[in-house]
Ligand binder design. Structure first.
Ligand SMILES: [Cu+2]
Length: 144
């Protein structure tokens, strides 16, 4: 009995060691940066998120050490031409194989209730939580 279980345990240990190498089985984040306009009460985080999985994923929540609150926002231009933005209550869906661009004037992560004013050259910690890929922690550089 104990002999029969051995290969199973060995396989588990191997899977645990191999897991970090499977970087492309899930989401892949690139070009992340944050922007904090001097004097502003909020900041924004932009990045490119690729879903390498074969199922839809969803960015459901974000947290950061730079502020008490972070929301996933979508910017849109109203009929009057004025830009507005709204929180996405259900998060940001990313289809299998799709790329979500979080950029100025579009979808973005908004940092609120700032506890400091990060400057260009600083970095902030950002934790992304996905429905499928789980938690992704990033150190995000602050740019002008
Ligand atoms: Cu916003």
């Amino acid at each position: 009995m104990s002999l029969a279980r051995r290969p199973f345990l060995a396989a588990l240990a191997f899977a645990a060691l191999a897991a970090p190498a499977l970087a492309h089985d899930g989401v892949h984040v690139e070009n992340a940066f944050a922007r904090f306009v001097p004097g502003a009460r909020t900041g924004a985080v932009y990045m490119t998120i690729e879903n390498h999985a074969k199922v839809e994923d969803r960015l459901v929540s974000v947290s950061t050490d730079a502020g008490a609150k972070a929301e996933i926002h979508r910017s849109a231009q109203g009929a009057d031409g004025v830009m507005t933005m709204d929180a996405l209550p259900d998060g940001l869906a990313i289809a299998p194989g799709a790329i979500a661009e979080l950029k100025s004037g579009g979808d973005h992560i908004m940092v609120m209730d700032l506890n400091r004013h990060p400057k260009p050259g600083d970095s902030i910690e950002v934790t992304l939580t996905f429905s499928h890929a789980g938690t992704v922690k990033l150190s995000v550089p602050v740019r002008k």
